[in-house]
Design a protein around this ligand. Structure first.
Ligand SMILES: NC(=O)C1=CN([C@@H]2O[C@H](COP(=O)(O)OP(=O)(O)OC[C@H]3O[C@@H](n4cnc5c(N)ncnc54)[C@H](O)[C@@H]3O)[C@@H](O)[C@H]2O)[C@@H](O)CC1
Ligand SMILES: [K+]
Length: 524
């Protein structure tokens, strides 16, 4: 099916290349290593490392060492550190960091939730290697401390935090002392970024081998603070066995596939994007999308305009063409010209039967289609009819809902706490690539491959920004970029364009910032 993604496959191939050329492999883990491992996958990675001959206690020692190193960067020698240790291996990392920091001249107090004798395995081993006192945490646990190390819960968190652990988290947060979280801020679910009961608000977090989705998804991203990724001895080949399905949205993933104008190329080689305009009262959204499609490199862009809005559109467009469109039949006629190979429909389209008919006409064509905004909301009562049309066509479809539009099309998926799972379920159900927008935009393909973006500045929450994104994705698909890659690249470029503009951003600025962003990506 045309919607299928190739990022997972490409990434797997890159690992093959890395494994075949070990000399080219960087010694330290690249900070933009894009794969994300769920806590379950990370558990598998730990087991695979141990199976390959690495001692589990060595992994924990290195994890504690990485925590101690970051702690040293946060507090001068001689400072007081309060380590909060939990009942599992996250606590074990805390005991290692406590011992190493004591050896390096820090004054360390360890507070344990639970009972030392109940600790198991490596955590028990590391607790025995800690020669200092162990206290039960009270309200004053942070008193006099210059740093708190949060080693309460990490990957093993499996229920809401309450009781003594919740009280310790509350005391730590209220103390205003900087907090260094081990692996995850305690209380944050590593798979979803959701808070289970109560969570640490960390200044910094050290995690191991690869980031977890919870480090990028909200609110986990905010609770984690600055993130350090530490290599604790996992071999990269492990990733090959695990086959991660989620990735941090970064250019590493899609830059090779980003369309570039060719010297011997022609504008007709770069596709023709059609953007459907709303009625006379709502034409600006289509023009924003059209401008974005042109800026991102589509060879030709046309706005299909209802007759009553044609003057408004024509008066404000120059390089972009305008065509008169008589409702759904008119759209079908325009799209019968197969050179128009991508269509963006939905921004300011209006909600109702007219919009349903027009989206259906777009989906009956051969053009790659982006359905956004009113185009989505119009199917709130009949989402299955939308999904049937998507599944019944050959060309790819990208749906770009924000949370509100998403809940109208997929009302039952609200119970899933993970945005990743919501987007994946929606992609599977609809047959489309789903872009679930927000500060942590997730792009998911029907086969389960997904990306999470973290580069959107707060300024991007402005009127019309979604129209620009839809146009960018449509413009990339007009240039033959596959749907999942186009959506992922579009989301990142959208965030980068907003960051380039900075404060005072309005949506009109976003297409205008693309040349600088694209040029920077293209290199010297
Ligand atoms: N497995 C390994 O080989 C390694 C693990 N490492 C560390 O180990 C951590 C994972 O260790 P674990 O799997 O032991 O998990 P955790 O240490 O995160 O917590 C597991 C323990 O907490 C309990 N628990 C879970 N939720 C709770 C709640 N809400 N209230 C009270 N108790 C709760 C569980 O029953 C279990 O006893 C990682 O986050 C990482 O910090 C590192 O040392 C590196 C090596
Ligand atoms: K933690």
């Amino acid at each position: 099916m045309a919607n299928n993604s190739s990022i997972g496959i490409e990434w797997a191939e890159r690992f093959e290349t890395l494994l075949d050329n070990p000399g080219e492999e960087p010694a330290a883990i690249a900070p933009d290593a894009p794969d994300l491992l769920t806590p379950q996958e990370m558990g598998a990675a730990d087991r695979l490392a141990v199976a390959s001959g690495v001692r589990s206690s060595a992994l924990m020692e290195r994890a504690g060492e990485a925590v101690a190193a970051v702690a040293e960067s946060m507090l001068p020698p001689g400072g007081r550190v309060a380590v909060l240790a939990g009942p599992g291996n996250n606590g074990g990392d805390g005991f290692v960091a406590a011992r190493l920091l004591t050896e390096r001249g820090y004054r360390v107090a360890v507070f344990l939730i639970g009972d030392r004798d109940s600790l198991k395995g490596d955590a028990s081993l590391m607790a025995r290697a800690w020669k200092g006192p162990i206290e039960a945490p009270g309200r004053d646990l942070a008193h006099g401390a210059g740093l708190i190390i949060d080693a309460l819960f990490g990957a093993g968190l499996d229920r809401p935090i309450e009781g003594a652990a919740a009280a310790a988290i509350e005391a730590a947060n209220e103390s205003r002392v900087p907090i260094l979280a081990v692996d995850l801020p305690s209380g944050v679910d590593g798979a979803s970024g959701a808070i289970l009961g109560q969570a640490i608000l960390a200044t910094e977090t050290v995690t191991f081998f690869r980031r977890k989705p919870g480090h990028l998804l909200m609110p986990g991203r905010v609770l984690a603070g600055r993130l350090t990724l530490a290599d604790i001895g996992h071999d990269l080949s492990i990733l090959h066995d695990i086959g991660p399905m989620a990735f941090h949205n970064s250019p590493t993933l899609w830059l090779d596939g980003l369309p570039r104008p060719q010297l011997d190329g022609h504008k007709y080689d770069r596709g023709h994007a059609l953007v459907v305009s709303g009625p006379i009262t709502g034409t600006g959204a289509a023009r924003l999308a059209a401008r974005a499609a042109l800026r991102i490199g589509a060879g030709l862009v046309t706005v299909a305009s209802p007759p009553d809005a044609i003057v408004a559109n024509a008066a404000q467009l120059t390089a972009i063409m305008v065509m008169r469109m008589y409702e759904a039949d008119g759209l079908a006629e325009i799209l019968a010209d197969h050179r128009k190979n991508a269509v963006v429909i939905g921004p300011a389209l209006g909600v109702g039967d007219g919009a349903i008919a027009m989206v259906s006409a777009a989906l009956d064509s051969d053009a790659a289609t982006v359905v956004d905004a009113d185009g989505l909301t119009s199917f709130a009562a009949t989402p299955d009819s939308l999904f049937m049309r998507i599944k019944g066509r050959g060309a790819p479809v990208v749906l770009t809902p924000h949370e509100g539009e998403f809940s109208r099309l997929f009302p039952d998926l609200g119970i899933l706490s993970s945005k990743l799972d919501r987007a994946r379920e929606a992609a599977m159900r609809s047959g489309a690539v789903v872009v679930l927008k927000g500060p942590d935009t997730v792009v998911a393909a029907p086969d389960g491959i997904a990306t999470v973006a973290d580069n959107a500045p707060a300024d991007l929450a402005t009127a019309g920004a979604g129209d620009v994104l839809a146009g960018m994705i449509g413009g990339l698909m007009a240039q033959q970029m596959p749907a999942f890659e186009a959506a992922t690249a579009g989301v990142w470029l959208h965030g980068a364009a907003a960051a380039h503009v900075g404060r005072g951003l309005i949506s009109e600025d976003l297409p205008e910032a693309l040349p600088a962003v694209l040029s920077a990506l293209a290199g010297p």
